[in-house]
Design a protein. Structure first.
Length: 148
């Protein structure tokens, strides 16, 4: 009887340790994804393409309502990265991470003080951002938009 009780206790300790290890790994992934998201917006503020390249996967795609339908990294750099020249500040209002998916809601400001409010869904693979889908909100939609 004592052997069965000892085995049951060891079994419960094993389950607890496995659960803790799994939680710790998930927690570290969340921290890494959150860091990459912050670096993504910081790269825009600093106008630092090298910083951006370090966090984007080679297979990265970008989608937005501006006619960008899963454009690749090369096209993203040519078409979207120039917006960094007019990006002054981003305030991340909400960052929600679930596994390798994240949703970010933010307010951004252009160099001339115009507000744009967007949501972006990020997908991660092997620690890098592999996909970004941007949803334009209120404001000027995106920094190089000439509409008032």
């Amino acid at each position: 009887m004592k052997t069965a009780k000892i085995f049951a206790n060891l079994f419960m300790v094993g389950i607890a340790l496995c659960s803790y290890a799994s939680f710790a790994q998930k927690s570290q992934d969340i921290k890494n994804h959150e860091k990459s998201i912050n670096e993504y917006y910081t790269a825009y503020i600093k106008k630092d393409w090298h910083m951006m390249e370090l966090i984007l996967a080679d297979e990265f795609t970008f989608t937005s309502p501006a006619g960008d339908d899963h454009i690749n990294l090369k096209v993203y750099k040519e078409r979207c990265w120039p917006n960094s020249n007019n990006s002054k500040k981003f305030d991340l209002e909400k960052v929600m991470i679930d596994g390798d998916d994240a949703l970010v809601i933010y307010n951004g400001w252009t160099n001339d003080g115009k507000l744009f409010r967007n949501s972006e869904r990020f997908k991660f693979k092997d620690g890098k951002i592999i996909e970004n889908v941007c949803f334009f909100g209120t404001g000027i939609s995106f920094p190089n938009n000439t509409k008032k």
